[in-house]
Design a protein around this ligand. Structure first.
Ligand code: SAH
Ligand code: SF4
Length: 355
């Protein structure tokens, strides 16, 4: 008999499965807690459940996690894994430890439908969406690898959907995964510790404002439609006016947190002083509550862009700061293992291409 994998179920489905087996609903709660709050990988570990019940569970179910096919550690402590699913498909998952927090960057798709010109992931065509449990599976495996289930201080505190793929092209699975991450009887990440990054899908931004209430990051990268359409084709479908209006609504519905505008600095392309001014004007026009993350471009083979010089990034930043906008320059992490933003592309694919 093929055992059903309990990790592939939502909380409700898990309860239904156990009831089918003749168990009471509280048993589902107990097991949920073992899997998602304590990181149990076998029924054997669930010591508050009788031996007989554990044996029955073991006969019927498994708790199999995704596999890790590569584990790289950068000199700066950033870790990158290749997470492999049962069909052999792989995505990248990156852990970024900092002094007071640890952030996990997770993928939502294998590849990406879009091909933003500056983004390495965009060179890999979409293979498929991830299931919700494959998104959550990345978090479970990460907590195993960094040994975060029993540590008194949580090492993994924040989740960002900034890995491979466009989360809002896989909205249903992303939404289900957020719900599981949120669950106070399980992983317990509050919505404010979760950030979804999007290239700008307006209808899903609006849905997210009502349904998920996570932090929102927008890959903005340009300050007018001509420039944005040139580097991000999605701008043809959702031009700046529509995108910024959606951001305005997001702000109104989730007023406690600023939206993050991600702005990758491309030399001679979007990094002029006038662009900074244009950005300020847009933020004022739409009366947005945002902060701007200035991101040094991470170069990759075959990309037409270069990184803006630090002096120019600082000039750009000063203009924003003088307009009272919070605009940190993102530290580049994990470059030596190609784990920096926009460099995510599964090695197996890259290796195949090289051959
Ligand atoms: N598809 C979503 C989620 C992926 S996030 C989105 O586009 O928002 C990936 C983040 O890394 C985005 O902010 C993206 O703009 C940024 N990025 C992509 N390529 C990059 C590069 N070469 N250097 C720096 N940042 C990059
Ligand atoms: Fe896809 Fe985001 Fe990369 Fe664009 S920036 S290609 S949407 S992953």
């Amino acid at each position: 008999m093929i055992k059903k994998n309990l990790i592939h179920f939502t909380k409700l489905e898990l309860e239904e499965e156990l009831i089918k087996l003749g168990e009471k609903p509280f048993r589902a709660k107990q097991i949920w807690n073992w899997i998602y709050a304590r990181g149990a990988k076998s029924f054997e570990e669930m010591t508050n459940i009788s031996k007989e019940t554990r044996a029955t569970l073991d006969q019927n179910f498994s708790l199999t996690r995704p596999e890790i096919s590569k584990d790289l550690i950068s000199f700066d402590g950033t870790r990158k894994w290749l997470t492999r699913f049962s069909d052999g498909r792989e995505v990248e998952t990156v852990f970024i430890p900092e002094e007071n927090r640890g952030t996990l960057c997770i993928s939502s798709q294998v590849g990406c439908t879009l091909s933003c010109k500056f983004c390495h992931t965009g060179t890999q065509t979409l293979v498929r969406n991830l299931e919700f449990h494959e998104i959550v599976g990345q978090v479970l495996v990460a907590k195993d690898l960094i040994e975060d289930w029993k540590s008194p201080i949580r090492k993994l505190t924040n989740i960002v959907y900034m890995g491979m793929g466009e989360p809002f092209f896989n909205y249903e699975n992303v939404a289900k995964s957020v719900k599981i991450l949120n669950d106070a009887e399980g992983l317990g990440f509050s919505s404010r510790r979760i950030t979804i990054s999007t290239s700008g899908l307006v209808p899903e931004i609006l849905r997210c404002a009502d349904e998920l209430k996570t932090n929102l990051a927008i890959s903005l990268h340009a300050t007018n439609d001509i420039l944005r359409t040139d580097i991000m084709a999605i701008n043809k479908r959702y031009p700046l006016k529509d995108l910024l209006l959606a951001c305005k609504i997001y702000n109104q519905k989730n007023s406690y947190e600023k939206i993050t505008f991600e702005y990758v600095m491309l030399k001679g392309k979007n990094d002029h002083e006038e662009h900074a001014q244009e950005l300020i004007a847009l933020i004022k026009k739409f009366n947005l509550n945002v902060k701007i993350n200035l991101i040094p471009f991470n170069p990759w083979n075959g990309c037409e862009y270069d990184r803006t010089a630090d002096t120019q990034i600082h000039k750009f930043q000063k203009i924003l700061k003088d307009a009272n906008l919070i605009s940190p320059i993102r530290k580049t992490r994990g470059e030596d293992v190609l784990a920096a933003c926009g460099q995510l592309k599964s090695d197996s694919k890259r290796e195949r291409k090289t051959k």
